[in-house]
Design a protein around this ligand. Structure first.
Ligand code: NAD
Length: 471
């Protein structure tokens, strides 16, 4: 049993003032694997104060000093990759493809920010005006449990590059990942108070961090409902917000797409991270003229998405994160059938041979209309719907008929046609014949998928304020 009883404030591992203990589970076994002592309001205030004290000095550091710090962070996270991977598998059932494929991008976020700084101009002049890009003060990062490290790294890398100090509140469900992460921060010799990490409940610690007048900016990744609450909290003191929220991404298979490879990619996107990915393509849009062929191809491809032990390299889909999420996803699978959708694969209950663990049968529904709740709401589990369309115009209209707008995929063998369709999709990112984006492109949503962008220069400038002096 692990006992996690430290937060990281002012460059020190400290025992939280908070005394609430939260059990930690392995979702593949339902066993309690540890316990975390949660921070409280007093701890949140201490972290904000530490970041506030560190800001005047850190905001005046040179680009070279911050480049060196970002390089140390990249090296330190590279060093701990195996421990981070193990924590992701144990704590939320991440499968091999995700830990090996996506986690290594994390150290790269620090090195990309370091490289960007080399050429970034913080001061620009125009006639008699000097514009200085100034770090905006104390920032806060609030993140979900899925791919926790990557979402923290994205925000911390931008804040450090900008010269802002930061308080990170990861999800209370990712305490083991958080523990490794704070050790990696500490090993990078971060000046005291520049990066602080407190765990704790959203409505306690998160509430303080998003309402406190000394916090200038909140970078949030999580659900749309919590994002809306954070924006309300931030309004009184006009904090800057970047909100990376939920999605219901379409994967559009145009009628000239190579069906076997497009189907395999679309299923990989929908089931990515056990179906718990904001940018997952959970709606497959299929041309009516090729519908039967596509449904057959989905059935043939399903064995690659077998549910099972996340430690087994052959497993395609691991468990969902909690009993609560398991019940919620089961509810949606029931609802889909009640709404008249037809099960093409999966269904209610646990997969055969997996009596223990929060495993869901990887599920695909056919006969779905875009008005059904299973097509409109983010399920956050391995459930994909297939919706037919007549022509490209109808595909675009169905793709855009959603409250979300995070990421979409278009599959086609004709570049011009794919780009023509992509340009009409209302989403922060549209990928053509691929399912993972470019790390240096802006990432973020439109509509209820969020506000603002992360990554590269777009992420950096979200931690800077352009201030002008005109003589
Ligand atoms: P969540 O919104 O429940 O929690 C996210 C974080 O917010 C946690 O740290 C939580 O403690 C905190 N929080 C909760 N209530 C709060 C409050 N009142 N004030 C401040 N903080 C509060 O999300 P989750 O269940 O951890 O993650 C799943 C959700 O995250 C899904 O909706 C998914 O789409 C979304 N997500 C979005 C992205 C993206 O980049 N757009 C990426 C990953 C996940």
């Amino acid at each position: 049993m692990r006992k996690i009883n430290h937060v990281y404030i002012d460059g020190q591992f400290v025992t939280p003032h908070g005394t609430e203990l939260l059990p930690l589970f392995n979702p593949a076994t339902e066993q309690v694997i540890g316990e975390v002592r949660l921070a409280d309001r007093t701890d949140a205030l201490a972290a904000i104060n530490a970041a506030k004290r560190a800001f005047p000095g850190f905001s005046k550091t040179s680009k070279e000093e911050r480049i060196a710090l970002l390089d140390r962070l990249s090296a330190s996270f590279t060093e701990r990759l195996d421990d981070l991977k193990a924590a992701m598998v144990e704590e939320y059932g991440a499968v091999r493809g995700v830990v090996d494929g996506l986690l290594p991008l994390t150290p790269g976020m620090f090195s990309a920010a370091s490289k960007l700084l080399e050429s970034y101009e913080f001061t620009r002049t125009r006639e008699t005006t000097t514009v200085t890009m100034r770090p905006l003060g104390v920032a806060v990062a609030i993140t979900p449990w899925n791919l926790s490290i990557a979402f923290v790294a994205q925000k911390v890398a931008s804040a450090i590059a900008a010269g802002a100090t930061i308080v990170v509140k990861p999800s209370e469900l990712s305490a083991i990942q958080t523990q490794v992460m704070i050790e990696a921060f500490d090993a990078a010799d971060v000046p005291p108070g520049v990066i602080n990490v407190v765990n704790g409940r959203g409505d306690v610690v998160g509430d303080v961090l998003t309402t406190h007048p000394d916090v200038a900016k909140v970078g949030f990744t999580g659900s749309t409902a919590v994002g809306q609450q954070i924006m309300r909290n931030a309004a009184d003191t006009l904090k800057r917000v970047t909100l990376e929220l939920g999605g219901k991404g379409p994967s559009i298979l145009l009628d000239d797409a190579d069906i076997p490879s497009a189907v395999s990619a679309a299923l990989s996107s929908g089931f990515l991270n056990n179906g718990q990915t904001c940018f997952a393509g959970t709606r497959i849009l299929a041309p009516q003229s090729k519908l039967e062929e596509i449904l057959e191809a989905i059935k043939s491809a399903m064995p690659a998405f077998k549910a099972g032990d996340p430690r087994d390299p052959a497993t395609g889909v691991g468990p969902v994160v909690s009993q609560k999420q398991f019940d919620r996803v089961q509810g949606y699978i029931r609802l889909g059938q009640e709404e008249g959708a037809k099960l093409l694969a999966g269904g209610e209950g646990r997969p055969e041979g997996l009596e223990i663990g929060w495993f869901v049968k990887p599920t695909v529904f056919a006969n779905v209309t875009n008005q059904m709740r299973i097509a409109r709401e983010e399920i956050f589990g391995p459930v994909i719907v297939v919706i037919p369309f007549k022509d490209d115009a109808e595909a675009v209209s169905i793709a855009n008929d959603t409250p979300y707008g995070l990421q979409a995929q278009v599959f086609s063998s004709n570049d011009d046609r794919a780009h023509r369709v992509a340009r009409q999709i209302d989403a922060g990112t549209v990928l053509i014949n691929r399912i993972i984006g470019d790390q240096e492109a802006p990432f973020g949503g439109i509509k209820q998928s969020g506000i603002g962008r992360e990554n590269h220069i777009y992420g950096l400038e979200a931690y800077l304020e352009p201030c002008a002096i005109t003589a």
